[in-house]
Design a binder for this molecule. Structure first.
Ligand SMILES: NC(=O)c1ccc[n+]([C@@H]2O[C@H](COP(=O)([O-])OP(=O)(O)OC[C@H]3O[C@@H](n4cnc5c(N)ncnc54)[C@H](O)[C@@H]3O)[C@@H](O)[C@H]2O)c1
Length: 220
């Protein structure tokens, strides 16, 4: 087990996003230990070795391959695991597959860890995917920023997606809204007054998400 004062981050899924995040985090000096997990054993082994070869050039940090037991004493668990869309597969089928993957990882984390913060990377901006097939740089810088707020207990106001409980008039749906982020993750939502246009845009996002959640539930 890691010593209680060690800052430990576990990354689950080390494809484009997970590996870029691990790379960016390793440069940041924010953490003592970065543990990588992926169902593709060869990939995770290669990512660990690749990152470890750069260690003379960045702040001291232990980077290694891990398993579910590593969730236990991690301060932050970043889930970037997912499946890519297969030819002929609909978006709903892909969504069902990815919901299953995230659900099983979240269950494993909850079994092991009751105080760490989970960060789940969600869908990305399509126009970049259209150009290069994936996106990773901007999202990973955002992930490092959020991780910093958690590990340092910053009480920073960041826009992150979290479950709303009546704020902005929405219940039981996760939307990106300004939140106070600190050691326990989202400490509270900053429920400010939105303009008419902003409120309409938030309502439109909520409607799309509710429709997709409804489809997922009726197909599960
Ligand atoms: N918000 C954004 O800007 C943004 C940008 C890019 C990607 N994403 C999201 O991030 C996620 C990952 O994207 P990516 O491009 O890195 O995908 P990727 O296919 O490159 O990597 C996904 C990794 O997850 C692993 N994996 C799958 N199932 C697993 C499981 N059960 N346990 C452990 N590992 C598992 C795969 O082996 C693979 O290495 C996707 O959900 C994607 O939608 C968000």
């Amino acid at each position: 087990m890691t010593s209680p004062n060690k800052r430990k981050v576990v990354v689950v899924g080390v494809g484009s996003v997970g590996s870029t995040f691990a790379y960016a985090l390793s440069q940041s000096g924010l953490t003592d230990e970065i543990v990588l997990i992926d169902k593709n054993e060869a990939l995770v082994c290669g990512q660990v070795l690749d990152l470890a070869h750069g260690q003379p050039f960045f702040p001291a940090v232990e980077i290694r391959q891990g398993n579910a037991a590593d969730y236990r004493d991690a301060q932050v668990i970043v889930i970037t695991a997912g499946a890519a869309q297969q030819p002929g597969e609909t978006r709903l089928q892909l969504l069902q597959k990815n919901a299953g993957i995230v659900r099983s990882i979240v269950d494993e984390v909850i079994n092991e860890n009751h105080c760490g913060v989970m960060l789940i990377v969600t869908n990305s901006a399509y126009h970049i995917i259209g150009y290069k097939g994936a996106t990773c740089f901007a999202v990973c810088l955002a992930l490092v920023r959020i991780t910093r707020a958690i590990l340092r207990g910053e009480n920073s106001v960041l826009t992150v997606s979290t479950r709303l409980k009546g704020e902005f008039g929405f219940q039981n749906i996760c939307l990106s809204v300004p939140c106070l982020v600190s050691r326990r993750g989202v400490e509270r939502i900053i429920a400010s007054n939105l303009g008419q246009g902003e409120m309409a845009a938030l309502s439109a996002s909520a409607a799309v998400l509710k429709q997709v959640i409804g489809q997922l539930e009726s197909n599960s």
